[in-house]
Design a protein around this ligand. Structure first.
Ligand code: UGA
Length: 316
């Protein structure tokens, strides 16, 4: 299969690229290297792929580039490219979120109307906001509490619309706080582990009793591969790790895995943060044959190992 991966240099995107290459697909990766975090980090994410003969890389911005050539010969699109980050999406920067997440997605979908490749959109648990019921099912009324969540929800609606009106077989996956190797540097586990390994206190927003259904990146990638084959056009699936854990419990686990208790500094609750998330994954199990396979402790150990390597490489 020839697969177009947008956001190919990012966290989940680069892990997906490696998985596709490993199973023998040809991959065209596209990335704009948005400055939300440093380009050097993203270049490292891409290092193995760039050396692979079945990988082609195009530096382009979905908001402005001519997209038809990117879709040449493509059987499936995995659309990860986005302006990420829940807490940073307020104020003036909202313009970037609207441009990248809404306009960029619409332009890509429009370009897909000619060939109609399988299309997997990276949505987010943040579209639910503070959901009234946990575990949350896909039919719950979406009520995002961050501007970021609003743009991801708009992207989802665009996907459903292009499935209905233009026959593009889109599938949206709502990921629940993905973690693991290459995690973005603004995200909780990355910040916690890096600070702790570097001998600094970690910053915990609020009381640390907020919970997340943390999802291992390998499981999120597996959901994408299954969605290409089995996702039903126009539908959405939750992709959650299967255990709801508090931030404080994660810190306890980091302490155990590193053999040293984590020192904590508290800050106030951040605007746009939801209190709790927990996915119902019945639909993904039934229709995609997907289930989370990596326990939190195991996945966290993999992220710690990766960050140890990153810190050592930066010092060398
Ligand atoms: C994450 C991603 O950043 C979003 O891109 C994604 O769409 C979203 O998951 C999702 O599931 O939809 P978030 O849940 O905020 O968003 O993920 P983390 O940054 O890992 O934060 C988890 C929790 O830790 C939050 O309550 C946050 O306030 C807290 N946190 C984060 C801290 O206490 N300290 C920090 O330094 C960072």
């Amino acid at each position: 299969m020839q697969v177009l991966v947008t956001g190919a240099a990012g966290f989940i995107g680069s892990n997906a690229v490696d998985a596709l290459l490993a199973r023998g697909d040809r991959v065209r990766g596209v990335d704009a290297f948005l400055d939300y975090y440093p380009r050097a980090v993203k270049e490292r994410n891409l290092r193995a792929a760039r050396a692979h003969p079945a990988f082609e890389f195009v530096e382009a911005d979905l908001v402005t580039a001519e997209l038809a050539p990117l879709l040449d010969g493509v059987d499936a699109v995995l659309h990860f490219a986005a302006q990420a980050g829940v807490r940073a999406s307020w104020g003036r920067d909202f313009r970037i979120y609207a441009d990248v997440n809404v306009l960029g997605t619409q332009r890509l979908l429009e370009a897909c109307t000619a060939r109609r490749p399988r299309f997997v959109y990276s949505s987010s648990s943040s579209i639910y906001g503070d959901a009234p019921d946990l575990p949350t099912v896909e039919t719950t009324l979406p009520r995002p509490v961050s501007p970021y969540g609003v743009t991801k929800l708009a992207g989802e609606h665009l996907c459903r619309l292009y499935a209905q009106s233009a026959g593009v077989p889109t599938v949206s996956l709502r990921y629940f706080t993905v973690y693991g190797p290459r995690q973005r540097p603004d995200m909780a586990f990355h910040r916690f582990v890096r600070s702790h390994l570097e001998g600094r206190a970690v910053t915990v927003y609020d009381d640390g009793l907020q919970t997340r259904d943390f999802t291992y990146v390998g499981d999120a990638v597996a959901a994408n591969l299954l969605a290409i084959e089995r996702g039903s056009a126009g539908s959405v699936y939750n992709v959650g790790g299967g255990s709801r854990v508090s931030v404080n419990d994660v810190l306890g686990m980091i302490g155990e895995l590193t053999g040293r208790p984590v020192e904590v500094r508290r800050e106030e609750r951040q605007r746009g943060d939801v209190r709790d998330t927990h996915a119902s994954t019945e639909l993904a199990r039934a229709e995609l044959g997907w289930r989370p396979a990596t326990a939190l402790r195991e996945g966290l150990a993999a992220e710690i190992e990766w960050l140890r390597g990153e810190i050592a490489a930066a010092r060398a």
